[in-house]
Design a protein around this ligand. Sequence first.
Ligand code: 5AD
Ligand code: SF4
Length: 437
Amino acid sequence: MTPPRTFTIQTFGCQMNVYDSERMGEALVAAGYEAVALDSGGAADLTILNTCHIREKAAEKVYSEIGRLKKHGARMIAVAGCVAQAEGAEIMARAPVDIVVGPQAYHRLPELVARAAHKPVDTDMPIVPKFDALPPRARPRGPSAHLTVQEGCDKFCAFCVVPYTRGAEASRPAAAILAEATVLLAGGARELTLLGQNVNAYRDADGVGLAALIRQLARLPGLARIRYTTSHPRDMDDDLIAAHVEVPALMPFLHLPVQSGSDAVLKRMNRQHSAAEYLRLIERVRRARPDIALSGDFIVGFPGETDADFEATLALVRETNYTQAYSFKYSPRPGTPAARAADPVPEPVMVERLARLQELLFAQQHAFNRASEGHTLDVLFDRPGRLPGQLIGKTPHLQSVHVIAPGLKLGDLAPVHIQSAGPRSLEGTLVPMAKAA
Ligand code: 5AD
Ligand code: SF4
C-alpha cells in the first residue's frame, strides 16, 4: 500500500476528544501529513474516527461509521479514543480497520500510520509520556481553546466506563500546562477551558492543585477567561470555591454532576456523596459566589430506580435550579458493576422520566435566560454568525449571544445589552460607544 499523505479526523463525544483530535492532527502535521477537511466521501488517504464509549449509542455509531467509510472506498481507517481502548480486539474482529489507537497512545500515531500494513493496535496507557512526546501546540482554532490538565478517574461510579477507558487519575505538571497556555495565548486564544474527567481532582507532583493552577494561569497576559470541566462533588474544595471569588478571570460557572437526587440510587451508583451533601456544597458555592451558574449531569432509569427515587431527583433539580444540564437514559456498559444489576427499569418508564426531567431542566434554563433580558453582559465573541456582520459569543454564564457587530472581530470582548432570550440563546445589541476590549 502506498503510504498515506492526507488525513481527516471525525470526532465523537466529549470536549476531551475534541482536544485529543486537535493534538492528533498536530502530531500528524508535524510528521509531514496534510490535514484535509472532513467530508463524507473518504477523500483523505487516512480517516481517523475519534470515538466515545460512554453510552451504547455512541459506541455503536463507530461500527456504522466504519461500514459507511468502507462503502465509500476509504483507503485507510484508524479508530482512536475510548471505543478503541475498550473494544480494540472486537473492532478488529467485527469491522477490521488499519489502526486502533487508545487515548493514551496517540502520540505514537505517526509511527502507527507508517507501519499500518501490520494492522497495529496500541492501547498502552502511559499518560505523561503522551504529553511529553507530543509536538508543541499549533495555533488555536479560535479565541476559545481547550487544554487538558488531568485525565482519568478513580471514582468508579457503578455505571461508568471512564475509569477503564481513560485509566487512573493523572495530572499534568503545572509548568507544562502554563507553557501550553502561553503558546495558545500567543496564537490568539483569549479563553481557556481546562479539561479533565475529574478536573477538580487536579494535583500535580509538586502539590499544585486546580485553584493554584488557575491563579497562575490568570497571571498570563492576554488571558481573559478561564473555565474548567468536569468536576466531582467530592473534589470541590474550599480553595477552588475561594478562587471563584478572588480570580476575576475565572468565570462564574460550575458544571457539577450529581446524577440522581435519591440517596438509595446514589449509593448503588457508588457516587460517594448523598443528595444532602451535594445540596450543602451548592449552598457553600453560592454563598461565596451568588451569581454562579450551575450545570449538571443526570441519569434516569438506573437499575432499581423507583418512582420515589425519580421524584427525589426532580426535587433536587427544583432546589438547585440549574442554568443548563445534560440528562441521559441509563445505558448498561460492558465491564461496569451496574451492568450486572438484575432490576432494569423498563424502557418506556425511562423515556417518560427523561421527558419529565428534561422539561423541568429546559424550563429552568429558559427562565435563567429570560432573567438576562434588559441586562448588560460581557460577551466574548468566538464564532461568526449566519447573518452579515453577525457574531456569536458567550456570556460569563456560558449563554450563547447573537449580536450584529460589524466593527468587531472574533476574540473581542464587549458589553452587550440583552434584548431577548430564547431557551437556548440570547439576542443582544452592542452597548453604544463601547470600545472593543
Ligand atoms: N449511561 C447513561 N449515562 C451515562 N453517563 C456516564 N455513563 C453513563 C451510562 N452508562 C453520563 C453521566 C456522566 C456523563 C458524562 O455521561 O451523567 O456524568
Ligand atoms: Fe465516570 Fe465521572 Fe463517575 Fe468518574 S466520576 S466514574 S468519569 S461519572
